[in-house]
Design a binder for this molecule. Structure first.
Ligand code: NAD
Ligand code: UDP
Ligand code: UDP
Length: 326
């Protein structure tokens, strides 16, 4: 029987996951969104609930999951440092047990599975820009290790399932991505700076602000993820996905103050331990293999995201919770 492409998205109620679900529905797939709502929200998926091709399941992927699907995107894992450090043992569990369960599911179904890996596998990189063959510089016992090492172990599991069971795996190493639907209290730099600027509060730059990041707009990232999923069996990655425009955090603060028209000041706070000093992807592989290059400029992406936070802060109820909850 012919049926629509049935796609499982873990973490589907999160920032990237909800945009991915929307894209897949627009491409006429059936989408099963699995999420435990740790950092995701029902608001993110509210507009999709009336679509008969969309289904949600509240489930923690550290426990087994038996469903029937054709493709699996594994995004379930908190991504912001304040959220993944809130319950670090759970972060490692979701990265490792979650990956094992989703790989077990993919193995039973012989379905392609894409892992949302991260530039954090490179740690505080000694090679710049970062290419996929760089093995990274990660402190295995630091505050970021629950996430960094969890994601590194997940990559190991993906490759071992490939070698042992011939599985169709795809690994995307996602660099800093931003856009509408990041949480107001997410703590990541883009959302933090925009919310502070719009509220007229000081922007908190950690350290001297000389550290760099390269920011990719969400629509470009979703294009890359979908392209990677739809590659032939022999394409496994890891493939870097991100924008190559590198900017210091201090410059970013100034840019966001300008673009919001805010009168906020910049204040400095202590740099968190193990904070990577610089990060920029080499995306040659993504260009060659996927024909993918991000097309949204930093200014356009920032303006769209400011617009989202502006509307949110003016019109919607904001959760009084400052820490995530189940
Ligand atoms: P997010 O926190 O908005 O989304 C994560 C989602 O996973 C949330 O909806 C959360 O509730 C869900 N989740 C967490 N634990 C779960 C569990 N045990 N079972 C089921 N669902 C669970 O973060 P995001 O920015 O959308 O990131 C999505 C994925 O992309 C993550 O795997 C993250 O590591 C990866 N990633 C994101 C970025 C980025 O810059 N946004 C960069 C690198 C990697
Ligand atoms: N699993 C799952 N859904 C499935 C198949 C497996 O959640 O449809 C889980 C199961 O709990 C198992 C894990 O995936 O522990 C790994 O499965 P695999 O078949 O690789 O290993 P095994 O079952 O031999 O431990
Ligand atoms: N950062 C900052 N002020 C904030 C939040 C973050 O200066 O309010 C810095 C942080 O120290 C890091 C960079 O911005 O150097 C990016 O932080 P984010 O948490 O967004 O992502 P990651 O460090 O995981 O790349």
């Amino acid at each position: 029987m012919n049926h629509r492409n049935r796609v499982l998205v873990t973490g589907g109620a999160g920032f990237l996951g909800s945009h991915l679900c929307e894209r897949l529905l627009a491409e006429d797939s059936e989408v099963l969104c699995v999420d435990n709502y740790f950092t995701g929200s029902r608001d993110n998926i509210a507009a999709m609930l009336s679509n008969p091709n969309f289904e949600t399941l509240r489930h923690d992927i550290t426990f087994p999951l038996y469903v029937e699907v054709d493709q699996i995107y594994n995004l379930g894992c908190p991504a912001s440092p304040i959220h993944y450090q809130f319950d670090p043992v759970q972060t490692t569990k979701v990265s490792v047990h979650g990956a094992i369960n989703m790989l077990g599911l993919a193995k039973r179904l012989q379905a392609p599975i894409l892992q949302a890996s991260t530039s954090e596998v490179y740690g505080d990189p000694e090679m710049h820009p970062q290419t996929e063959d760089y093995w990274g510089n990660v402190n295995p016992i630091g505050l970021r290790a629950c996430y960094d090492e969890g994601k590194r172990c997940a990559e190991t599991l993906f490759f071992d399932y490939r070698r042992q069971h011939g599985m169709p795996i795809k690994i995307a190493r996602i660099f800093n991505t931003y856009g509408p639907r990041m949480l107001v209290d997410d703590g990541r730099v883009m959302s933090a700076f925009m919310v502070h600027a719009l509220r007229g509060e000081p922007l908190t730059v950690y350290g001297d602000g000389g550290q760099t990041r390269s920011f990719c707009y969400v629509d470009d990232m979703i294009d890359g993820l979908v392209k990677l999923m739809n590659t032939p069996h022999e394409v496994t990655g890891p493939i870097n996905l991100g924008n190559t425009r590198e900017i210091t955090i201090l410059e970013l603060a100034g840019k966001i103050i300008r673009l919001t028209g805010s009168k906020s000041d910049i204040i400095h706070k202590e740099l968190p331990k193990d904070d990577p000093r610089r990060r920029r992807p080499d995306i040659t592989k993504a260009g060659d293999i996927l024909g993918w290059v991000p097309s949204t400029t930093l200014e356009t992406g920032i303006e769209k995201t400011i617009d989202f936070f502006d509307r949110l802060l003016n019109t919607e109820h904001i959760s009084p919770l400052s820490s995530p909850g189940y």
